[in-house]
Design a protein around this ligand. Structure first.
Ligand code: CO8
Length: 261
């Protein structure tokens, strides 16, 4: 690692099975330097394997989600140097996380910060949050999925407008475009994300994991192949105890007790 080992990303695992990953670099608006990226990846890799963890909340705190990649770290960089950083391996740790990830976004989610939010499965935004892909203003372009995830989320004409102008997208507009899942008062962003995470954490984890995997993998497949994938995952769940318990509890008019198996 080519950075100081200070902790810029904290992790808390709560009793309800929700993990809270918090980026904490306020002096640089939580910009993603190599320390933040590596620590994020380390936490996500560990959380993916932790059986106690059922859902993850990713936040940058009350003031700012993430103002992008750290511009200082690539101001003078050359292409081979950028290639050798292999930051795609760090992003992959988040993209491939099998547990649902809920972003709690207050303040700015710009550039790599907007891309980071789009790596998540659900985005809760505070009413004054602002999203954007301003890389074009730096002579750059989105480099961590921004062109592709944005166009898939909001369609061609809004994605082009946002990426080609580098404009800021206020949270209510982001909601109308389908860039975020919910907009809430700034003070309750994290609480609402935790509430959603906690609800998911109480549900059968095998079903939750299959839904996430099939939705993400299927979105990039031809419909017929995606439907086959869905059917196979659906059938697989009939081997889980939680499926039997869910059906029996419904028929016996009682609350299901899920074991996670
Ligand atoms: N990188 C480094 N430092 C930053 C960044 C950043 N992205 N954003 C803010 N900071 C620093 C500022 O330099 C400043 O530091 P200092 O106090 O030492 O001068 C401190 O944070 C506070 O920032 P401001 O004084 O600018 O605060 P304001 O409230 O006035 O403005 C903004 C906040 C609007 C967020 C403003 O800081 C800004 O525009 N930041 C840059 C936003 C941006 O352009 N982001 C895109 C970066 S490029 C990118 O993300 C490419 C992603 C590709 C990913 C794949 C990589 C391989």
């Amino acid at each position: 690692m080519n950075h100081e080992s200070e902790s810029v990303v904290s992790l808390e695992v709560r009793e309800d099975g929700v993990a809270v990953v918090r980026i904490n670099r306020p002096e640089a608006k939580n910009a993603l330097n190599s320390a933040v990226r590596e620590q994020l990846a380390e936490h996500f890799r560990a959380l993916a394997r932790d059986q106690q963890v059922r859902a993850i909340v990713l936040t940058g705190g009350d003031k700012c989600f993430v103002a992008g990649a750290d511009i200082r770290e690539f101001a003078e960089a050359r292409p081979i140097e950028m290639y050798l950083r292999h930051t795609e391996l760090l992003w992959e740790a988040i993209a491939r996380c099998p547990k649902p990830v809920i972003a709690a976004v207050n303040g700015f989610a710009l550039g790599g910060g907007c891309e980071l939010a789009m790596h998540c499965d659900i985005i809760v935004a505070g009413e004054s949050a602002r999203f954007g892909q301003p890389e074009v203003k730096l002579g750059l372009m989105p480099g961590a999925g921004g062109t592709q995830r944005l166009i898939r989320a909001v369609g061609k004409f809004q994605a082009m407008r946002i990426a080609l102008t580098g404009c800021l997208v206020p949270a209510p507009q982001a909601l109308a475009l389908g860039m975020v899942s919910e907009v809430v008062d700034d003070e309750v962003t994290l609480a609402r994300a935790l509430e959603i995470a906690s609800e998911i954490a109480s549900l059968p984890p095998l079903a939750v994991a299959q839904i996430k995997e099939v939705m993400l993998a299927g979105a990039d497949l031809p419909l017929e192949s995606a439907l086959v994938l869905e059917r196979k995952a659906f059938q697989l769940l009939f081997d889980s105890r939680d499926q039997k318990e869910g059906a029996r509890a419904f028929l016996e008019k009682r609350k299901a007790i899920f074991s996670g198996e």
